[in-house]
Write a protein that binds this ligand. Structure first.
Ligand code: BUJ
Length: 668
């Protein structure tokens, strides 16, 4: 369960694509779905994220270290770990266990993990915000920017309303969908009291997932503060925040009774914004969200104070900028309408991962971005939540907009005066603020230029073959990444694969340390130039990688990795001013200097996704292994690494593995 893949929604497939246009919208019909099992049904009985045994954490840590260390260095690290295990570690572990017992509503990792994000002073784009691009609508007529934006906004709001009404299907990972992903299961579990509902599902081998992050999906933002940012939410706000050409607009998406305004009204407002042909905003504020967080905190305070002298139709009190900023913060989410139409996957990545910052608000919990040609993506801020929640929203929106859209190419927008309803935000900017904006823009342009991207789509073999060969698709893809890096640099480096721990109450993620002795051995064997190994031996090496990676994945999904445990103990030790030797060991720094940062997801709704490399000499590798293709999307910061060469190495590694599956030696 909780595999690193975020492929958790397997309910009824995508079904036949039928479009029923212009469904009548009434409050009764405001929900994207009406689950008979309440959304929060399992929350109370979710299991607690276990704190691993200290001995096991130490042993797992040493095993990961031994893959990337020399024997001499490893001996030093082993000694330090032994001392930790029998000394300070014992105490820290015990304190962690006691604290956890007193905080049963949460998990031991929740607070340290929020702090990890919120205390990070680096800018959010490139460092933390990932993106996912929607698969195109199969009907090209629905790819019109205004039509698709309207449908996606309406479906997003219907998702929000269903969640708030407790009728969004709870997230459940069905180990055996044939057995549990059906009405019988739902009727059974809904009758169970909340205190035991999880166990009922478990009996069916269905694993309910934590949904505590969902409330922060909408009406939320991260706000920069000195030292540590905060997450702000205001569920009462009912307006959309729209960006176009660096200008910011608002309109109410709910009426006074909390009903979603009609899709034709939404369409009229979006049409009005798209038709606003004023030139791009020279002083686009959004670029400030690309600043380092302390700097942005300073600038934001100045910005909020700067409008005091101005008059505003919105705020007769005069505190205009501050009031506007509150509206930005509380908005349902950001809808971003780009004039660009990126054509290839590299351009798409650049647009949705970073853009030029002027038509963005990276602090918003998520932004829905649509380009001129109707391509759509989500870029999300990471502190409040992880891929599972975002992907669920993403899948539901894709499914509804491609099967039951509310507006189409022939829909006539409502006959409303959008010019008097849509509010354009005109912040008061003094020369200093304009200077900050200009500076932020050029700094961001330089940072984005320092990032390189490349991608690979591979069709020679796909998931099907891997399944037939009885190897884990994810394990083989991780091996491909290891082999590519080994081909390029002749060594093995610190590797991170993200794994959800949403199977636990307020779980977040655990790290799969996918550089293993098995992958290292396979890299060496495949790299032999003189046919030293038989095909059988190479094939066996693949099996070993697959089964060892499978074990690590299961452990991580069950909260049995080493990363979060050591991290949490470090966090609480630091709070007491202590830094035990284990954390001062250069080996600890080295293994946490992630060279290969990887993440995968599988969904028919996602065509491309990615994130920035997390170190200057590393790669950020988003990948997918699907029935139709294998795909990689990689970022880096040259010149320490070369992403184009790396891509070639990925391709060669895939070919090598395919050759072995064909029963031939790739070096013959
Ligand atoms: O691990 C964590 O706590 C969170 C991680 C952090 N990090 C990204 C650094 C690993 N966050 C995530 O894993 C969320 C990532 C969401 C994006 C995933 C992209 C997957 C790409 C699939 C498509 C690739 C195919 C491209 C073909 C051209």
């Amino acid at each position: 369960i909780g595999r690193s893949h975020l492929n958790l929604i397997s309910r009824d497939g995508m079904g036949k694509i039928t479009k029923s246009l212009c469904r009548c919208m009434s409050s009764k019909n405001d929900y994207i779905q009406e689950s008979i099992v309440p959304s929060n049904h399992f929350q109370k009985s979710l299991p607690r994220l276990p704190i691993p045994k200290l001995e096991e954490t130490c042993e797992r840590y040493l095993t990961s270290q031994s893959v990337i260390q020399t024997e001499e260095d490893h001996a030093v690290t082993r000694k330090i770990v032994d001392e930790f295990l029998n000394g300070e570690g014992k105490e820290l572990h015990e304190q962690l266990v006691q604290r956890d017992k007193q905080n049963k509503h949460t998990s031991y990792i929740s607070e340290p993990w929020f702090d990890m994000y919120l205390k990070d002073r680096k800018p959010v784009p490139l460092t933390h915000n990932p993106f996912m691009t929607f698969t195109d609508d199969p009907n090209p007529q629905y790819m019109d920017q205004c039509v698709r934006a309207t449908n996606m906004v309406v479906s997003s709001l219907r998702f929000l309303k269903a969640f708030r009404a407790n009728v969004l299907e709870p997230d459940v990972y069905h180990l055996n969908p044939k057995v549990s992903d059906n009405m019988k299961f739902r009727k059974f579990v809904r009758r169970l009291p909340q205190a035991i509902s999880f166990y009922g599902a478990y009996w069916y081998k269905a694993f309910p997932l934590d949904m505590s992050q969902y409330p922060n999906l909408f009406n939320s933002t991260r706000i920069p503060k000195h030292g540590k940012d905060v997450i702000y939410s205001d569920e009462s706000a009912k307006h959309m925040l729209v960006f176009r050409n660096g200008h910011m607009y608002l309109f109410d998406a709910f009426d006074d009774n909390g009903n979603i305004v009609s899709p034709e009204v939404v369409m009229s407002h979006i049409r009005y914004i798209l038709d606003d042909n004023r030139p791009p905003n020279e002083h686009a504020l959004g670029v400030l969200t690309t600043l380092p967080r302390d700097k942005w905190a300073t600038v934001r305070t100045q910005l909020c104070n700067a409008g005091d002298m101005n008059e505003s139709a919105f705020f007769s009190s005069g505190v205009m900028n501050e009031g506007y900023m509150k509206l930005v913060d509380s908005a349902l989410f950001a809808l971003i309408l780009d004039d660009a139409a990126p054509e290839n996957p590299n351009e798409i990545t650049r647009n949705f991962l970073h853009g030029d910052g002027t038509n963005r608000w990276f602090d918003k919990s998520f932004s829905l971005i649509l380009t001129k040609d109707g391509r759509a993506a989500v870029n999300f801020e990471h502190s409040w939540g992880d891929g599972v929640a975002v992907l669920r929203y993403f899948n539901e929106v894709w499914k509804e907009t491609t099967t039951k859209p509310f507006v189409g190419p022939t829909t006539v927008p409502a006959n409303v005066d959008s010019s008097s309803i849509v509010q354009k935000l005109e912040f008061a900017l003094d020369p200093k603020l304009k200077e900050y904006i200009a500076e932020a823009k050029s700094d961001y342009a330089a940072r984005c230029a320092s990032l390189d991207v490349d991608h690979l789509e591979y069709f020679t073999f796909t998931k099907e073959l891997l399944k037939k060969q009885k190897v884990s698709p994810d394990a083989i893809l991780q091996l491909v990444i290891q082999m590519a890096y080994y081909k390029q640099y002749g060594k093995t480096a610190a590797t991170y694969e993200s794994c959800s721990t949403a199977a636990f109450r307020r779980g977040r993620t655990e790290t799969i340390r996918s550089a293993t002795h098995a992958t290292k051995k396979a890299c060496e064997m495949f790299n032999q130039q003189n046919n030293q190994f038989t095909v059988g031996e190479l094939r066996q090496a693949l099996d070993e990688c697959s089964s060892y990676h499978g074990k690590l994945t299961k452990e991580a999904a069950m909260g049995q990795g080493w990363d979060r445990h050591l991290f949490a103990m470090k966090y609480y030790a630091a709070a007491e001013g202590k830094v035990p030797n284990i954390y001062q060991d250069p080996a600890y720094t080295n293994i946490n200097h992630i060279v290969l940062s990887t993440s995968t997801l599988t969904s028919p709704a996602v065509v491309i996704g990615g994130f920035g490399a997390v170190t200057n000499n590393g790669y950020g590798v988003g990948y997918a292994v699907e029935n139709e293709r294998i795909g990689f999307n990689v970022t880096n910061y040259p010149p320490d690494t070369n992403v184009h060469e790396f891509k070639d190495c990925l391709k060669e590694s895939l070919d090598d593995i395919n050759t072995v599956f064909e029963g031939k030696n790739p070096r013959n």
